[in-house]
Structures are given as C-alpha cells and as structure tokens.
Design a protein around this ligand. Sequence first.
Ligand SMILES: [Zn+2]
Length: 250
Amino acid sequence: MSLTDSLLTLYRVEAQVRGLRGRLESAQNYLTAQTQQLEELREQHQELRTRTHQIQAKIGNLEGETAAIDTRIEKLRNELNMASTNKQYTAVLTELNTVKLSRNEVDDHILEEMERIDQIKEQLAKLESDIAEREKIRASAENELQRRHEEVGDRLAELEAERQVAAAEVPAAERRIFNEMADAYSGEAMAAVQEISRRSREYACGECNMCLPFETVAALMGATNSLVRCHACGRILFLQDETRGALAKR
Ligand SMILES: [Zn+2]
C-alpha cells in the first residue's frame, strides 16, 4: 500500500472514531454541565439553610433579651406600687417607660428577623423545586450517556482497534504530522485536491480553498511515498481518482 493509501485508510477510520467519540463526548459534556448546575443549586440551598440557622440563633438571643427586660419591667412595676413619694414614683415611672421602649425595639427587631426567615423559606422552597427539576434533567442526561455508550461502545472499540492497525501502517514521522493536523482540524487531517480549471491548471485545497501551485499537484502525481501538504492550511493533500485520471490524460 502506498503512503497516501495508508494515510487515507487512517483518515477514514479516524473520521469514524471521532464521530462516535463526539457523540459520547457531547452527552458527557451535557451530563457534566447538568451535574455542575445541580451542585450549584445545592450549595445555594445549603447557604440559605445556614443563614436560617444563624438568624434563628439571633432570634433566640433577642428572646433572651426580652425575657430579661420583662423581669426588669416586673420589678419596676413593683417598685412603682411601693413608691412612697411623688418624686420616687416619677423616677421609677420614667425608667419603666424607657425600659418599655427598649422592649418594643427588641420586639421590632425580632419581627424583622422573622420576616427575613420567611423570605428565606420562600427562596428555599423555590430552590427545592429547582433542584428536583434539575435532578430529573440530570438523570435523563445520565441515561442518554449510558444509552450512547451501549449504542456505540462496541463499534468504537472495534474502530479504535482498526485505527491502531491503520496507524501502524504509516511511518512515525508522517503519523506525527497526521495526528497534529487531525487535532488541529477536528479529524480533517487530509484534503482532496480540487480541480478549478483543467485547462488553465488551476487547483485548490479542498478544505481551505486556497489555490495550489501546479508544482504541488505535480508532486502529488509523482511522489507516492512522501507527504505533500497544503501550503496554506498544512493539511495532507491527496488526489481523488477522478482528478488523478484527468491529470494522467494530459
Ligand atoms: Zn488547505
């Protein structure tokens, strides 16, 4: 088999391998994205739960404060009842009013914190339904990946074995160039020479469409055991039988 034929065999197997791999990869990427989104939702949920606990602890402290204030109010009321002079009465009453005011402030504060908890609870409920929804999507993405593995797994293993055989037919230096180009162009390592005008000897690279000097085409006709590459994109050029036939007739 000539070098070009070996390369073309490799090229065709490579395209099939990449096609099947692409099917698996796109399903895998989708699953990864869904898993990540689910993780983010769960993290948000966890954060909100932590905040709820913090606020609840704060409310607990504030309630402790109210209890202390209530004890103080109780004591002042007793003092008020026992006040013997008008001056004493007024002094206790003033203090009682001040303490009652601070009691109201603490109550307001507690209410604010409770409202915050209610708001967070709403957010939590929404997040929980988002999480449930996302879990379903993720599960179906997982099934799809599994399905594709079952569908293409065996064929892919076969093709990968075929590719190994085909690659072994290509000498190391040329194989390195082939792999480099295949990686650069998603598997499109080779390009057929395109005939633009037979009469004026115009040819172009079938992939990047840049004009090829006739010497390049002539080199392809002659040399079967060295690589001829497109000077513009670097792909390995080959002649289709039809083009080769037409050139041979010249
Ligand atoms: Zn090209």
